[in-house]
Write a protein that binds this ligand. Structure first.
Ligand SMILES: [Zn+2]
Ligand SMILES: [Zn+2]
Length: 82
């Protein structure tokens, strides 16, 4: 059976470990970890997101693309309703 020891997360971009010293974010959609450098998140953005540690609303590149499409669709729909 697979060992369930303390979760060492891997960055889904570079596949390397995300250590506690690393600056990394977890995507709130796919729940994968990414180094901020791997996702081109600025240090300012990271600090801002890390402050609101309770509900980090951060999307990785892949999920952001998907949600942007959804967002555009929603705005289209709401425009139509006006
Ligand atoms: Zn990485
Ligand atoms: Zn994601």
């Amino acid at each position: 059976m697979p060992p369930r020891k303390s979760n060492l997360n891997n960055c889904d971009e570079c596949k390397k470990d995300v250590g506690s010293e690393d600056k990394a974010l977890v995507c709130c959609v796919c729940e994968k970890w990414f180094h901020i450098n791997c996702q081109r998140v600025t240090l300012e953005d990271y600090k801002f997101l890390a402050k609101s540690d309770d509900s980090i609303q951060w999307y990785c590149k892949g999920c952001r693309g998907a949600s942007l499409k959804l967002f555009k669709m929603l705005t289209l729909v709401s425009k139509r309703q006006d």
